[in-house]
Design a protein around this ligand. Structure first.
Ligand SMILES: [Zn+2]
Length: 115
Protein backbone atom coordinates (compact mmCIF):
# COMPACT_ATOMS: atom_id res chain seq x y z
CA UNK A 1 0.00 0.00 0.00
CA UNK A 2 1.51 3.30 -1.05
CA UNK A 3 0.81 6.68 0.41
CA UNK A 4 -1.75 8.74 -1.46
CA UNK A 5 -0.12 12.16 -1.13
CA UNK A 6 -2.98 13.96 -2.79
CA UNK A 7 -5.49 12.52 -0.31
CA UNK A 8 -3.07 13.27 2.53
CA UNK A 9 -2.79 16.91 1.48
CA UNK A 10 -6.56 17.26 1.32
CA UNK A 11 -6.93 15.65 4.75
CA UNK A 12 -4.21 17.91 6.19
CA UNK A 13 -5.73 21.05 4.69
CA UNK A 14 -9.08 20.10 6.18
CA UNK A 15 -7.53 19.38 9.56
CA UNK A 16 -5.70 22.70 9.49
CA UNK A 17 -8.88 24.61 8.62
CA UNK A 18 -10.71 22.80 11.40
CA UNK A 19 -8.05 23.63 13.99
CA UNK A 20 -7.82 27.27 12.91
CA UNK A 21 -11.58 27.55 13.13
CA UNK A 22 -11.60 26.08 16.62
CA UNK A 23 -8.86 28.43 17.75
CA UNK A 24 -10.84 31.30 16.34
CA UNK A 25 -13.89 30.17 18.25
CA UNK A 26 -11.90 30.06 21.46
CA UNK A 27 -10.71 33.57 20.77
CA UNK A 28 -7.11 32.53 20.21
CA UNK A 29 -4.63 33.37 17.49
CA UNK A 30 -2.95 30.58 15.46
CA UNK A 31 0.06 31.11 17.76
CA UNK A 32 -2.01 30.24 20.79
CA UNK A 33 -2.38 33.68 22.28
CA UNK A 34 -5.78 34.68 23.53
CA UNK A 35 -6.85 37.74 21.60
CA UNK A 36 -8.91 39.26 24.34
CA UNK A 37 -9.33 38.68 27.99
CA UNK A 38 -12.20 36.36 28.57
CA UNK A 39 -15.39 38.04 29.47
CA UNK A 40 -17.30 35.53 31.50
CA UNK A 41 -19.76 37.83 33.11
CA UNK A 42 -17.60 39.91 35.34
CA UNK A 43 -19.46 41.07 38.38
CA UNK A 44 -21.16 37.88 39.39
CA UNK A 45 -18.74 35.11 38.46
CA UNK A 46 -16.02 34.80 41.02
CA UNK A 47 -12.41 35.27 40.06
CA UNK A 48 -11.47 31.67 40.83
CA UNK A 49 -14.04 30.37 38.33
CA UNK A 50 -12.72 32.73 35.67
CA UNK A 51 -9.17 31.63 36.34
CA UNK A 52 -10.18 27.97 36.14
CA UNK A 53 -12.09 28.53 32.91
CA UNK A 54 -9.21 30.47 31.45
CA UNK A 55 -6.63 27.83 32.24
CA UNK A 56 -8.92 25.17 30.80
CA UNK A 57 -9.21 27.13 27.57
CA UNK A 58 -5.48 27.77 27.50
CA UNK A 59 -4.91 24.04 27.87
CA UNK A 60 -7.21 23.34 24.94
CA UNK A 61 -5.57 26.06 22.86
CA UNK A 62 -2.14 24.67 23.65
CA UNK A 63 -3.13 21.21 22.43
CA UNK A 64 -4.61 22.65 19.25
CA UNK A 65 -1.53 24.75 18.51
CA UNK A 66 0.60 21.65 19.00
CA UNK A 67 -1.66 19.70 16.67
CA UNK A 68 -1.52 22.55 14.16
CA UNK A 69 2.27 22.39 14.33
CA UNK A 70 2.24 18.72 13.37
CA UNK A 71 -0.18 19.43 10.52
CA UNK A 72 2.15 22.14 9.21
CA UNK A 73 5.14 19.86 9.64
CA UNK A 74 3.36 17.14 7.68
CA UNK A 75 2.48 19.64 4.92
CA UNK A 76 6.14 20.72 4.78
CA UNK A 77 7.10 17.10 4.46
CA UNK A 78 4.66 16.64 1.60
CA UNK A 79 6.32 19.65 -0.03
CA UNK A 80 9.87 18.40 0.29
CA UNK A 81 9.21 14.75 -0.39
CA UNK A 82 9.84 13.38 3.09
CA UNK A 83 6.21 12.76 3.93
CA UNK A 84 5.61 9.34 5.40
CA UNK A 85 9.15 9.00 6.75
CA UNK A 86 9.49 8.94 10.53
CA UNK A 87 11.09 12.15 11.79
CA UNK A 88 12.96 10.22 14.48
CA UNK A 89 14.19 6.95 13.05
CA UNK A 90 13.81 7.51 9.30
CA UNK A 91 11.72 4.40 8.81
CA UNK A 92 8.66 4.54 6.63
CA UNK A 93 5.46 5.21 8.50
CA UNK A 94 2.85 2.61 7.52
CA UNK A 95 0.27 4.02 5.11
CA UNK A 96 -2.49 2.67 7.35
CA UNK A 97 -1.28 4.92 10.16
CA UNK A 98 -1.08 7.96 7.87
CA UNK A 99 -4.55 7.32 6.61
CA UNK A 100 -5.85 7.26 10.16
CA UNK A 101 -3.66 10.16 11.24
CA UNK A 102 -2.35 12.17 8.26
CA UNK A 103 -0.32 14.50 10.47
CA UNK A 104 1.74 11.70 11.99
CA UNK A 105 5.40 12.54 11.51
CA UNK A 106 6.73 9.71 13.63
CA UNK A 107 6.13 6.00 13.50
CA UNK A 108 4.18 4.40 16.32
CA UNK A 109 7.20 3.09 18.21
CA UNK A 110 9.02 6.46 18.13
CA UNK A 111 5.87 8.24 19.21
CA UNK A 112 5.49 5.84 22.14
CA UNK A 113 9.05 6.44 23.20
CA UNK A 114 8.45 10.16 23.34
CA UNK A 115 5.30 10.09 25.39
ZN1 LIG B 1 10.34 6.00 14.02
Amino acid sequence: MTIDERAARIALDEEKARLLHQLEELGATPDGDLKTDLDLGEGFADAAAITAERSEILGLVERMVEELGTVDAALDRLGNGTYGVCASCGEEIPAERLEFRPNAIRCVSCKEQRS
